[in-house]
Each structure stands twice: as structure tokens, then as C-alpha cells.
Design a protein around this ligand. Sequence first.
Ligand code: FES
Length: 107
Amino acid sequence: MSGWIFVAEAAAIKPGHYETVDLDDSIAAVFNVNGEFYAIEDICTHDGTVLTSGQPIEGDEIVCPRHGARFCVRTGEALSAPAYEPTATFPVKIEDGKVYVRDNRWD
Ligand code: FES
């Protein structure tokens, strides 16, 4: 079981922005969508490209910089070709104004 990993001060991730953090064997991207925080694995399921490259999110969607697949940052769902499989989601918690994420896939 992976523990909670500190991401950033919540106030440092403005709405529409995100921060990435190394987990044990993957990278999480943590998004602020209108004040709510969500985390997905920072990997496009089409061909393994890192999803975040500094581009802004569009509502609750991020567009893969390589071939343009869209993913929901709240659910990890692949919303458009050429990606069809969802990317993983991770639990997020806010404690004392700090954002934490953890990889619960191996619990
Ligand atoms: S690697 Fe993301 S759409 Fe192809």
C-alpha cells in the first residue's frame, strides 16, 4: 500500500491548473477543477506519452500533446480517439491546506 504523497499547497494550484508528482512507480497529475482536486496517472493510454506538457486544461479535459486524445481529469475516461482505455485515477485529500495523492492500485 502506498502512503500519501505531498503534492503542493492547495492555494498554489489555481483553478484550471495542475501539478505533477512522482509516486512509487508512476507519475500523478493533480488538477484543480473549479476548486475540486482530482488526480490521474500522467500517461496517455494510446501510446504512453506524458499527458501534461504545460498545456492548460479545457474544463475538466486534458488533450494529449502527441495525437490529440482527450481525457477527463475527474474520471480518467478516454473521451476521444485515438485513446480508448481510461488512464488510472488516484485518491486526493486536502489536509491543512496541503494537497496529497496516493496510488491505491495495489492496496
Ligand atoms: S500518445 Fe496520446 S493520443 Fe497518441
